[in-house]
Design a protein around this ligand. Structure first.
Ligand code: CP
Length: 291
């Protein structure tokens, strides 16, 4: 994992921060962005990452395609593969689709977020954003707050940070926490203030307002009061703390607007690192010659 972060860091310096953001590393190669769920950050950053590396990129949209005539996801992907794409990036509302798709295709499949399961490149970009500021990941305490139960970001961060030796605390309303978790160095609590007391990194998850009608969900007001990273709560954090949010944000619900502008918040830094990490992933899987 560390070598992927180092690769992303070199690509960031060589391409993202260069006056001309173009390499020939993936020239002559093509991939498809197969997104069956909305996305701003992931989809566009995969596209830009591919273009910066010289690949051809197509963005598949279900609307206007033969999916509307009943074509399955698998047949869609097989047809795109037959057209010569060298890799498929997929986001889908159902957990397990990328893994399943990989069994049908002979080209690499990259998970861009599947249901409640995983969002691996988000986990990597979050790791990179923290690692750039503190390379001693094994000394850190990461607090993830929000709808842990339904969050693929929480799951990928949890695996990524705990693999690097960090301690992780998962915080949220009782109805949005798993009942038990048997992972070393990972604990669960509903007490956000207690968890913040020695937090080095706080990842604030989006509260999914579409779930507000679910039984056991707190109201938006109660949520902000108990689990929101308000300006008052952010004062509890130390000067070198790192505040993250994967986006999109509900300002004034899970995070206050002044906190987003706090110098300890690196939310747009996460977005920038999303391009770097996805360049590293594409370069590696498509056999690019940049790295
Ligand atoms: N963080 C994230 O996955 O954002 P998008 O849904 O906009 O891709």
């Amino acid at each position: 994992m560390l070598d992927l972060l180092q690769s992303a860091q070199r690509l960031k310096q060589d391409l993202l921060e260069a006056p001309v953001k173009k390499s020939a590393a993936l020239r002559g190669q093509a991939f498809v962005n197969l997104f069956f769920e909305p996305s701003t950050r992931t989809k566009n950053s995969f596209e830009l990452a591919g273009k910066y590396l010289g690949a051809d990129v197509i963005n598949f949209q279900g609307k206007g395609s033969s999916v509307e005539k009943g074509e399955t996801l698998y047949d869609t992907a097989l047809n795109l593969e037959a057209m010569g794409v060298d890799l498929v990036v997929v986001r889908h509302q159902a957990s397990g689709v990328p893994e399943d798709l990989a069994r049908y295709l002979s080209v690499p499949v990259v998970n861009a977020g599947d249901g409640f399961h995983e969002h691996p490149t988000q986990g990597l970009l979050d790791l990179m954003t923290v690692w750039e500021r503190n390379p001693h990941l094994d000394s850190l305490h990461l607090v993830i707050v929000g709808d842990i139960l339904h969050s693929r970001v929480a799951r990928s961060d949890l695996w990524g940070f705990s693999a690097m030796g960090a301690r992780v605390t998962l915080v949220g309303p009782p109805s949005l926490l798993p009942t038990a978790l048997a992972v070393p160095n990972v604990s669960l609590t509903t007490d956000f203030d207690a968890a913040l007391a020695d937090a080095d990194v706080v990842q604030v998850l989006r509260i999914q307002k579409e779930r507000q009608s679910m039984a056991g969900m707190p109201s938006v007001e109660e949520y902000r009061l108990r689990w929101g990273l308000t300006a008052a709560r952010a004062k509890q954090l130390g000067p070198s703390a790192v505040i993250l949010h994967p986006g999109p944000q509900n300002r004034g619900v899970e995070i206050d607007t002044p906190v987003m502008a706090d110098p300890r918040a690196h939310i747009l830094g996460q977005v920038e690192n999303g391009v770097a990490v996805r360049m590293a992933v594409l370069d590696r899987l498509m056999g690019g010659d940049h790295e």
